[in-house]
Design a protein around this ligand. Structure first.
Ligand code: FMN
Length: 204
């Protein structure tokens, strides 16, 4: 039974462009994989502490040496990594903040990039065979040829870090232009609708 893991990183609920497009993607994926299972990882419903000293101890010492505090600190990381290994398809739906990933998504990444679990000592990514789609919602437009294109540090970073842990089959959908919604020039549903064909086309 194929599994889709959807990772949601916008705090904006019903106003979120990335969440609306994630819902479209998920509906199209369910249509294609009738027997499939969808696991939703909403980062705003997840306690995601920053990496701290007990976490580092947990990541770099054998399990049998973990104190209760260390075991507790590393448990969310273990859970998130197990979820990724169990998934065949991954969807990341995220805003762009300050030309990069929102801090909550970076906090998630810090939990899932783990020595000997998701990358090896020889820097081989260990999460093989996954198909990943990334939807990036932004106020500006960063598609090829747009004047802000070179300011986008989110696409290159996500591509690199996902590849580092072995997820190399990644499609990006740039859902830019929500500044026009904020300024009342375009309706939210019209902006969302304009990206639905590319979202549906990305479903494998
Ligand atoms: C703190 C913050 C930083 C932002 N930084 C950028 C930015 O660097 N570039 C950009 O185009 N839009 C930026 N935006 C706008 C968001 O990317 C835009 O509202 C997007 O639609 C958010 O995704 P969502 O609709 O899924 O919540 C920023 C918004 C916030 C709240």
């Amino acid at each position: 039974m194929p599994k889709l893991l959807t990772i949601l990183a916008s705090p904006r609920g019903e106003y979120s462009i990335s969440r609306a497009l994630a819902a479209e993607f998920t509906a199209a994926w369910r249509d294609k994989h009738k027997e499939g299972e969808v696991i939703e990882r909403d980062l705003f419903q997840t306690e995601l502490p920053f990496v701290d000293l007990p976490w580092i101890a947990g990541a770099y010492t054998p399990v049998e040496d973990h104190s209760p505090a260390v075991a507790e600190a590393i448990s969310i990381s273990n859970e998130l990594i197990a979820e990724l290994f169990a998934a065949d398809y991954i969807l990341i739906a995220t805003p762009m903040y300050n030309f990069s990933t929102p801090a909550i998504l970076k906090a998630y990444i810090d939990h899932i990039v783990r020595f000997n679990l998701t990358f090896s000592a020889s820097y081989e990514g260990l999460l093989k065979g996954k198909t990943c789609t990334v939807i990036i919602a932004s106020g500006g437009v960063y598609t090829a040829g747009a004047f802000m294109e070179s300011w986008d540090r989110e696409t290159s970073y996500l591509k690199m870090i996902l590849g580092f842990i072995g997820i190399s089959d990644v499609d990006f959908i740039h859902a830019g232009g929500s500044n026009d919604v904020a300024q009342g020039k375009v309706k939210q549903q019209d902006l969302v609708a304009s990206f639905i064909p590319s979202v549906i086309a990305a479903v494998e």
